[in-house]
Design a binder for this molecule. Structure first.
Ligand code: HEM
Length: 482
């Protein structure tokens, strides 16, 4: 090997710049070397430059690969999905040295892929782009699960150009685009892109590099998704646990209260002892009030002062019951008794004032109701409104006779709002009506009532109920006592 040839090896070993490779030929020419020597040197120079390019390529690939591993390693450390996605596009952009990088995710429900994160993008239209499957470069990557690259997007006939996509790409000013699929197993979850605003050739190695990075990125996305799911499942479990704990504490407390109240009643405690115990348990003041007894009181009073109603009530109850108390099975045979009770509750509804709190701002007719305002309405006033019932102040149990129920709206069998309505409607309605009918029938069957001419003492208002304060009656047995 000649001295000149050795100098090329030295240049290679030094990693010299390309210009330095002209030097041995120039020196040989200056020192008067013959054409044969010069041709040999030229050939050696070309060979040395090829080796240099190959070494250069390997060095670059090695640098890219170590950047890839460092990046993949970083990604694996991120836990939050948004942070993972942002890191993916930032690093894709740095790996390929492009002006823009972006990532779209597939939306299986909509059957398309939508822009999720962009880096280096300036166009809002581009950042909100959705690509149908097969549309544009990204839609094609998402559909075929293969990388696609173009040096000049607008001149590339392989892609299905749509106006929306082209306008957005033009808005962003992109020319050269490389898209690689983000896949998990056989499923494409999105597309990772690197793009430039000038015509540029993406080399095969770079396509492969972004592809390898996308494989790591997809795993990082999957891990972040799984973590998010696990985290929300854990939070859900914690919430469920709290509810169960609160529930069982509630049940335990209710059982304790139940035991305490039962014991109180069994030891002969009265209503006042019970209300006192309940006040203590609830940590407030509990008042005791009667509703069904008040309703029965008004019914007895009205039946006694309305001869026809009193007669029909007695005719229904006395032959059926004799002197025994009414029981559950008698209920279907006491329709008129029920009508009397209903009509009495209409005229004097025990719950005469019902309140509601507005949860949001609302309009009621011409009125603005601010959130938090308390609204009150009165079943008593509603029942006495002219127009709501014909001759509203008259005690007429036949308003509730079968076929006549339309007086209070179609299909209504109970006076409107006497038991409230909606979510807070009285839970004891059916119980109260059954109990009231049985009480009214049992009393009527056994006793004739003579009302004190002064009538009931009117309830003192404002009070919780409309029960009469006192009703003086004289009782005469309907049949001799056995
Ligand atoms: C003739 C007898 C009764 C009348 C007229 C009556 C009337 C009412 C009224 C007007 C309300 C308010 C409803 C609302 O805000 O919309 C109510 C609530 C309630 N009533 Fe009665 N009631 C009677 C008997 C009973 C009985 C016997 C019980 C229990 C066995 C009972 C248990 C309740 C309960 C627990 C509520 C509160 C419901 C809630 O806020 O979720 N009621 N009642």
């Amino acid at each position: 090997m000649s001295h000149e040839h050795v100098s090329y090896l030295e240049l290679l070993a030094r990693g010299a710049a390309t210009e330095a490779y002209d030097r041995p030929v120039l020196l040989a020419r200056a020192s008067g070397a013959g054409p044969e020597t010069l041709a040999g040197l030229e050939e050696a120079k070309q060979l040395a430059l090829r080796v240099r390019a190959e070494l250069e390529g390997r060095r670059r690939r090695e640098a890219e690969l170590s950047a890839l591993f460092a990046t993949a390693h970083d990604l694996a450390g991120l836990r939050d999905l948004d942070a993972v996605l942002r890191a993916i596009v930032q690093r894709a952009r740095a790996l390929l040295g492009t002006e823009v990088a972006y990532l779209s995710l597939n939306d299986p429900a909509a059957g398309d892929t939508y822009m999720r994160v962009t880096e280096g993008s300036v166009s809002a239209r581009f950042q909100q782009l959705r690509l149908g499957m097969g549309e544009g470069l990204g839609g094609l990557v998402a559909q075929t699960a293969r990388p696609y690259v173009t040096d000049d997007y607008f001149d590339d006939e392989r892609f299905q150009h749509t106006r929306t996509i082209d306008t957005a790409v033009r808005d962003e000013g992109l020319v050269a685009i490389l898209g690689v699929p983000l896949t998990l197993g056989s499923q494409v979850i999105g597309v990772l892109f690197a793009a430039d605003r000038r015509a540029r050739v993406f080399e095969r190695e770079q396509v492969a590099l972004l592809g390898s990075f996308a494989a790591h990125a997809a795993v990082a996305i999957d891990t972040a998704n799984l973590l998010a799911e696990t985290r929300s499942a854990l939070a859900e479990l914690e919430r469920a646990n709290d509810i169960i704990r609160a529930h069982s504490a509630g049940i335990e407390r209710a059982a304790e209260v139940h035991d305490r109240l039962s014991e109180l009643v069994l030891r002969g405690g009265g209503v006042h002892d019970v209300t006192e115990a309940v006040s203590e348990v609830l940590g407030g003041t509990v008042e005791f009030t009667e509703t069904t007894a008040g309703a029965v009181c008004w019914a007895l009073y009205q039946a006694a002062r309305t001869p026809e109603a009193g007669r029909r009530l007695a005719e229904e109850c006395r032959p059926l019951l004799g002197t025994r108390a009414a029981g559950w099975d008698d209920l279907p045979h006491l329709p008129y008794t029920r009508q009397v009770l209903l009509e009495a509750t209409r005229l004097n509804p025990p719950g005469w004032l019902v309140t509601r709190t507005a949860t949001t701002d609302a309009r009621l007719g011409a009125h603005h109701v601010p959130a938090g305002a308390t609204l009150a309405y009165s079943p008593y006033l509603l029942a006495h409104l002219p127009g709501q019932y014909p001759d509203p102040d008259r005690f007429d149990p036949d308003r509730w006779a079968p076929g006549r129920q339309a007086t209070d709206g179609p299909g209504r069998q109970i006076p409107a709002s006497v038991f409230g309505g909606g979510a807070r409607q009285c839970v004891g309605q059916d119980y109260a009506l059954a109990e009231g009918v049985l009480m009214l029938a049992s009393i009527t069957a056994r006793w004739k009532l003579r009302i004190d001419p002064e009538g009931p003492r009117q309830p003192r208002l404002p009070g919780l109920t409309l029960n009469p304060l006192r009703l003086h009656v004289t009782l005469a047995p309907t049949a001799p006592r056995p």
